[in-house]
Design a protein around this ligand. Sequence first.
Ligand code: BTN
Length: 264
Amino acid sequence: MECSHDFQVLRDRAISETFVRSFEAHEEIGSTNTRALELAGRRDVEHPCLVIADRQTAGRGRGANRWWSSSGSLTFSLLMRPDVERLPLARWPELSLTVGSAVCASVSSFIADGDVRLKWPNDVFLNGRKVCGILVEVPPSSTGSIVVGIGLNINNSVDHAPEELRQTAVSLCDVYGEQLSVSDVLVSVVQELERQFNWLSDDVDRVRQAWRKHDLLLGRTLTIGDERKTVTGTATGIDDDGALLLQTEAGLQRMYGGAVQSFE
Ligand code: BTN
């Protein structure tokens, strides 16, 4: 199968235009997140390290989600070490939301009139459909590193997606009307990530405004939980620490985890 990316261009631009310091490219791999988690234990890998793949055979998502990607999509993971002094991993929900709002900012810069939303904690929706999935993980062996995995539909029109995704997913090219430069999008997403992670340490109000500006769930009735327990209520916003605020029959609840199973 032909590779849809020019890895040399992606590498050169990532290294020269962003904070990425090392780069690994694969035509095919199980999951870029799994590979980045492996690299976290290696001393010879400079951070931030970007692992990119043309195709994933076992792309992972949050909970039971899997990630569909095909030729023309952007699938990568960034192994990075946020400044742990200033940005402790205890601020996990904020880290996770910030990745989502960085992608929102980047997508908005390409699709100026698009309705770009952040579905807590970090799915990105474009015109009511999911355009990007994000999986943030902490390597078990390495303190201070995180892996930020991003799957963004760019030139893989959902016309070619499996039937069940055609109504719920979208690709940038479906809205933009023509193909985009994958390297432009990669550079923009990584630059936005760096910018918003810096806000998280230096100007936290600014990043909170960014999550709230794009909040998809605000005012909606939703059900959140896992296979053991679900909670239904109305979303009243995102708190300063990244918790989803849910007004339920039992009162206001603060959600830090769990998948939003449905919303209306
Ligand atoms: C979700 O929608 O639940 C998250 C999907 C995250 C997919 C990306 S693609 C790159 C990286 N590698 C993976 O295996 N998953 C993430």
